[in-house]
Design a protein around this ligand. Structure first.
Ligand SMILES: [Zn+2]
Length: 236
């Protein structure tokens, strides 16, 4: 699949992930700004991050100065080590989780051992093995700037902690001047290895976030929705 940015609205650009669910590839967003863009999520691997960088150059967008993590899951953060000169912004609870992730001996052999120990890790860990070309270049990076409830970046981008069942550190990114909210995976059920049959998408969480001034809602693994589409999805 071609990795490319598409203009959503205002200064928000989206680079969708591969639609093949087996690849577990989250999309990323850029809030373009001449003072330094904000990149929302890092790509699933260093090589994915490099494809995103080429797509940024092809679209003529200013380089990122801030990298915001919507949450700590690998497909949103493993590309971070390939982004030069960015301040990494993330929720304080995710920083703790990522320090633990950074200490694990990631390699194909380790992935295999972990899957033998817990079969439910299979789909996620197989996707990681496919995504990473070189384990030597992978470094899991915790955020360098943490926040508890909300932080406003110098270019007017808000990052707000929402939590939820998918990940305790889930945060949404609001671009008020463009009328966009980036939801990450916040309303999805927990990851497959932690999911129970009772887990469903958390539409109530989305319902609490909807705002008449925000016309677009963007999730990391789904096409963007307008406010009306999001309202309809919640009501159905
Ligand atoms: Zn996730």
């Amino acid at each position: 699949m071609v990795v490319a940015f598409e203009h959503l609205v205002g200064r928000v650009w989206l680079c969708p992930g591969d639609p093949d669910p087996d690849l577990v590839q989250a999309g990323v967003a850029v809030i373009a700004d001449e003072r330094g863009s904000v990149l929302v999520d890092a790509g699933q691997s260093p090589s994915h991050a490099r494809e995103i960088q080429a797509a940024l150059r092809a679209a003529g967008l200013p380089a990122p100065r801030w990298l915001v993590y919507t949450h700590h899951h690998w497909d949103h953060v493993w590309g971070a080590c390939a982004w030069p000169d960015v301040e990494i912004v993330g929720h304080v609870s995710g920083a703790e989780l990522l320090r633990a992730e950074a200490n694990r001996p990631w390699s194909v052999r380790y992935l295999r051992e972990e899957v033998l120990r817990n079969r439910r890790l299979g789909p996620s860990f197989r996707a990681r093995a496919l995504a990473v070309d070189s384990w030597d270049e992978l470094t899991v990076l915790p955020p360098t700037r943490v926040f508890a409830d909300e932080v406003e970046l110098p270019t007017g981008v808000l990052v707000r902690h929402v939590g939820g069942r998918h990940a305790p550190d889930s945060s949404v990114v609001v671009v008020p001047d463009s009328g966009v909210m980036l939801l990450g995976d916040s309303w999805y059920p927990p990851p497959a290895h932690l999911r129970t049959p009772a887990d469903e998408p958390d539409l109530a969480l989305v319902g609490r976030l909807l705002d008449d001034d925000i016309r677009w809602y963007v999730s990391s693994h789904s096409p963007p929705m307008t406010l009306d589409e999001a309202r309809a999805a919640i009501a159905s």
